[in-house]
Design a protein around this ligand. Sequence first.
Ligand code: GLV
Length: 386
Amino acid sequence: SSVTIPPPACMLRPLEAPLRYLFGPGPSNVPPRILAVGAKPIIGHLHPEMYEIMNDIKRGIQYAFQTENNMTISMSGSGHAAMECAVFNTVEPGESVLVAVNGIWGERVAEIAERMGANVHRMVKTPGGYFSNKEIEQHKPVLFFLTHGESSAGLCHPVDGIGDICRKHNCLFLVDTVASLGAAPIFMDKQNIDILYTGSQKALNAPPGTAPISFNERACHKMFNRKTKPVSYLFDMTHLSNYWGCDGKPARLYHHTGPVSGFFALRESLAILAERGLEESWKKHKEVAAYLYRGLEDLGLKLFIPERDLRLPSVTTIAIPDGYEWRELLAYIMKHHQMEMTGGLGPSIGMVMRIGLMGYNCEKTNADMALNALADALKNCKKSKA
Ligand code: GLV
């Protein structure tokens, strides 16, 4: 028997991946040092050297999250994998979940929790809005979700005091730091955050595809005393905790094949953060963001989040300037400057344009390049008739 479907012509051409300035909300450019470890020879995912690398990753995450939690691992998957892992393991069907929705990420979590049969209550604000601790206290869920770095709106939500409220009401506090980790301070243990996760591809500058997550004792107690099994086998923490050597058992058993090169890259990105120091990284993001704000204001642009203290240092949102078509501005910048900036996401579409300067990309010289590209686009994109 012979094949009837011929090899596709596209497969006979070499892969093309142009060099771009990734100044959007992520993924961000990956420094050569991280790219290099990603190209190292593969080892078996159950070899002792791999366990050592995974143990190192665990320590690196504990530092980045400022936690001593034993149950600290990386998902084999993007930030969404961590989001689903958190919800699937700590919530059972019929339990109630409270979600702060002030951009896209709360919407996503609400939908994920609904799909697994939770009773979801959404607290909704327009993009960029934030919640007072008093508002949060009015509800009695088993899990409360808040986005620390709301990348769709460019908001960095205050976290202090919320963990204490959750504790008082026997509720777990789940925080998403995908867009903020390494760029804005977060202290998992001190802020009484029960579950915290992030992604590899933002300020950590690793390729997309791995996602650190940590559970404290309270979260472990809830998730390991369930009546039902979590809906996902791949994301079941009973198995993942064993795979990551967190369950105290002598042997790690096969569960799934982790992304070996992705873990090499994640380890390197956490090593860079450890060498640089968290305080230094937070300071740098704040300084470069402040420099960018000044430049944007000098161009006559308006920042979307008026309160400076609430702005996310990694992703800056600009109100779409009057008389311009945002898609045209972004397409111009991509075409003439090989630079990615993006529009809004979810509820912020049509409201904002976004510039991300994260980790390796967080430099004043890059802010200058982004400002120069924007100035050029503003000059050359004709005003719409509106
Ligand atoms: C994705 O993470 C985004 O904020 O666009």
